[in-house]
Write a protein that binds this ligand. Structure first.
Ligand code: SF4
Ligand code: SF4
Length: 336
């Protein structure tokens, strides 16, 4: 059911939802960017629609709502373990189409890839989605090539036009709210892009043989293994464990899981001083082929959703989409 609503009506809806849910959306942090005098747009709780950044792609993805960068799993003493408290409220998350497709990837990793991840599941089952329509493509996006530019599995969608919000609402209780509050009805379809400036082609015949191409050598020198590309990616799910012991009693502490990155030193270190991928080009190869080759072999669709955040954030201007577009020539090279 479609509605055309004013900001005050949208704010009234948001205030009503916040009694039972935290509402997360992209929010601008002035001066919080990686360089001086730049802003950062990242997910955070919002209390008013005016706080939501609709005009810019978020630098970081929504994944930190579901899988925080550092999450305490349990507390321990010498003889007791106490699980960390579950979130007190459910959550409503404002997502773009590519990120909604990324949520499916997170679900695959945390819910369907072996045993269910308890800590992910306990918030995931209480999440509602508001799809943010994309009226235009942002820099470095290639969602159309990855088939993630359209989504219909949302609870509500919103297109913004000046101070009017065009809403397609599937939730009956939310529909009732808008109706009772006198919102104008009318048909609404979520806005989506049909082309991006960047196009990406994953070769049909792509195989693991491409690992022996010389194309990866370029990244040995260019990449500085900072791991930023992993941290902004909505589909990177690797984490590591840290046990923290309190200083006043070294037998008491907590276990946390924290994000890990396949691009940084130490990720593939093993007992005996070994390391599977020492060179940066080898790490780039692993990351790229995981996103567009082996994940698809297991799940039937690519892991990468084409959000372009890795290209936006790389301090060395390394482009993931360029790299994928080099795979065709690399396959020819290795098949000779
Ligand atoms: S590709 Fe870029 S962002 Fe990723 S680790 Fe290398 S330098 Fe950092
Ligand atoms: S690999 Fe890059 S473009 Fe693909 S989903 Fe991750 S951050 Fe987005």
């Amino acid at each position: 059911m479609g509605f055309h609503i004013e900001r005050t009506q949208f704010d009234a809806w948001l205030t009503a939802q916040r009694k039972t849910c935290d509402v997360y959306a992209p929010k601008r942090f002035v001066g919080g960017g990686g360089f001086s005098d730049t802003d950062c747009v990242r997910y955070a709780p919002v209390t008013s629609v005016s706080e939501i950044e609709f005009a810019q792609k978020s630098d970081y993805s929504f994944k930190e709502v579901l899988t925080p960068i550092s999450q305490t799993l349990f507390f321990f003493t010498e003889n007791e373990v106490k699980e960390s408290d579950p979130p007190k409220k459910g959550a409503i998350i404002f997502l773009r189409s590519c990120d909604l497709h990324a949520l499916k990837r997170l679900d695959d990793m945390y819910l369907h890839n072996g045993p269910t991840d308890y800590y992910y599941a306990r918030l995931r089952e209480r999440i509602r989605i508001v799809l943010m329509g994309c009226g235009e493509s942002f820099e470095n996006c290639f969602c159309v090539s990855m088939g993630t530019n359209v989504s219909d599995n949302y609870d509500m969608s919103v297109n913004v036009e000046n101070d009017t919000y065009h809403i397609d609402c599937k939730d009956r209780m939310w529909q009732d709210f808008f109706t009772v509050n006198g919102c104008t009805t009318g048909e609404v379809k979520p806005a989506h892009v049909t082309e991006n400036q960047i196009t990406v082609k994953v070769p049909e015949q792509l195989s693991a043989a491409v690992a022996s191409s010389t194309m990866w050598n370029e990244y040995d020198g260019r990449c500085i293994n900072c791991g930023r590309c992993n941290f902004v990616c909505p589909t990177c799910t690797c984490f590591t464990m840290q046990d923290l012991y309190y200083t006043d009693n070294a037998k008491v502490g907590e276990r946390r899981r924290v994000w890990a990155s396949c691009m940084v030193d130490g990720f593939t270190d093993v007992a005996g001083g070994g390391s599977y991928r020492k060179k940066n080009g080898e790490r780039m190869r692993f990351k790229v082929l995981h996103k567009v080759l082996d994940y698809k072999q297991r799940n039937g669709y690519h892991m990468c959703v084409g959000c372009g955040r890795c290209d936006d954030i790389c301090p060395e201007y390394i482009s993931f989409s360029n790299c994928v577009n080099k795979l065709e020539a690399a396959m020819k090279e290795v098949s000779k």
